[in-house]
Design a protein around this ligand. Sequence first.
Ligand code: SF4
Ligand code: F3S
Length: 104
Amino acid sequence: TYVVTEDCIKCKYTDCVEVCPVDCFYEGENMLVINPSECIDCGVCEPECPAEAILPDTEDGLEKWLELNTKYSAEWPNITSQKEPPEDADDHKGETGKFEKYFS
Ligand code: SF4
Ligand code: F3S
């Protein structure tokens, strides 16, 4: 599966949802997540994210994000079309420590 990681937080560009063939993105207040049991591993979303927030879970150190995507995709609503990103999205692009600062 692919997972959404920290770089999405406060950016939420939502380009990813437009390309997903199985509509498996779910929206929280500050970030999106992928439902790992719905993702078919096509990989088309990865290069679409301007924040480079989407990665295959086979990369090292992503266990925490796999867990978070699994948990919240069961709780948050599905999102299937692109929307305007937050006004300050570009200010938060590439920022470090976003999970500790903003995740709720
Ligand atoms: Fe959707 Fe494909 Fe991305 Fe999985 S890898 S979330 S199926 S676009
Ligand atoms: Fe987040 Fe990137 Fe999608 S910032 S909403 S994963 S396009």
